[in-house]
Ligand binder design. Structure first.
Ligand code: ATP
Length: 272
């Protein structure tokens, strides 16, 4: 087996049952002329925060699209491999079935409805669920993001960048997910706000939701993650416990670069 193939195979010595298992996934765009992922393997175990790292164009968003069933609407096709979730093959399943099964995604760029109130944005996120359940989940989200509770009647377009990001994450939580996919929640935000968002990611996780966190900023993601994968040129180049990746000088030089110190979000089970 080539080194790249060996690297693409997920480790199995992790706690918790396997919730998501991506196996040798290959994806292309534009009728096959652009290969975005090749032989990618990744697992998320129940209760984990898994970080997916990599520079621009490495294929991170493509992997999230494939997992959430949104690939087709972006002109992408799965060319090989499989995606299993909670023991079932979902490789070809429509996105609504994946949502119903407990996979929620918060997309890069926030994509909130600027003219709708905060509350209506959240309601829109829970559109498939009964009203009573929606109301209960909204209160939980206001507990998690108190600022959204205070501004629930305000048009979402009037929120700050960080608050809009919280709203985007809150909306993804409205489906009561078992697996939350987060696409670069720190993008364009000030370090203090990023630290708050990461703190919330750990709180969401502590409430029982597994998380796959896409980040370009290694120093943001690794301190809160249990396990991490690094995508490089369409393939998994490295993977391992987040703490081990952080401690690896060679990886730090390669991927941390001048990104700075990790944000101050201690997570006991990762950082002693
Ligand atoms: N809709 C699309 N049509 C054609 N090519 C695409 C499309 N979306 C992404 N690509 C290409 O697929 C490759 C992987 O892109 P992708 O957006 O998945 O990377 P990424 O790691 O998420 O990058 P970024 O951090 O910039 O979002 C790139 O070469 C990109 O140009």
């Amino acid at each position: 087996m080539s080194e790249a193939k060996a690297a693409a195979q997920p480790r199995t010595d992790r706690a918790g049952t396997e919730l998501l298992a991506v196996d040798r996934l290959s994806v292309s765009y534009s009728g096959g002329s652009i290969v975005a992922l090749e032989d990618v393997g990744l697992t998320v175990h129940e209760g984990e925060i898994v970080a997916l790292l990599g520079v621009n164009g490495a294929g991170k968003t493509t992997l999230l699209r494939a997992i959430s069933g949104l690939l087709g609407m972006h002109g992408g096709t799965v060319k090989g491999g499989s995606i299993r979730y909670a023991g079932r093959d979902i490789t070809g399943a429509p996105s609504w079935k994946r949502v119903a099964a407990g996979i929620s995604i918060s997309l890069e760029g926030r994509r909130i409805f600027a003219d709708l109130s905060v509350a209506d944005n959240l309601r829109a996120g829970g559109y498939t669920r009964p009203r009573a359940q929606t109301a209960r989940t909204m209160e939980e989200i206001y507990g998690l993001f108190p600022v959204l509770g205070k501004k629930r009647e305000l048009a979402a377009g009037l929120l700050s960048g960080g608050e809009q990001q919280m709203l985007a994450v809150g909306r993804a939580l409205m489906q009561g997910p078992r697996l939350l996919l987060l696409d670069e929640p720190s993008l364009g935000l000030a370090p203090l706000i990023v630290a708050q968002i990461m703190q919330m990611v750990t709180q969401i996780n502590e409430r029982g939701c597994s998380v796959l966190l896409i980040e370009q900023n290694v120093s943001t993601a690794l301190p809160v993650a249990d396990y991490a994968y690094v995508l490089e040129s369409r393939r998994v180049a490295h993977h391992g416990p987040a703490a081990a990746l952080m401690a690896d000088d060679r990886l730090r030089d390669l991927y941390l670069g001048s990104a700075g110190e990790p944000v101050a979000v201690p997570r006991e089970k990762v950082l002693p």
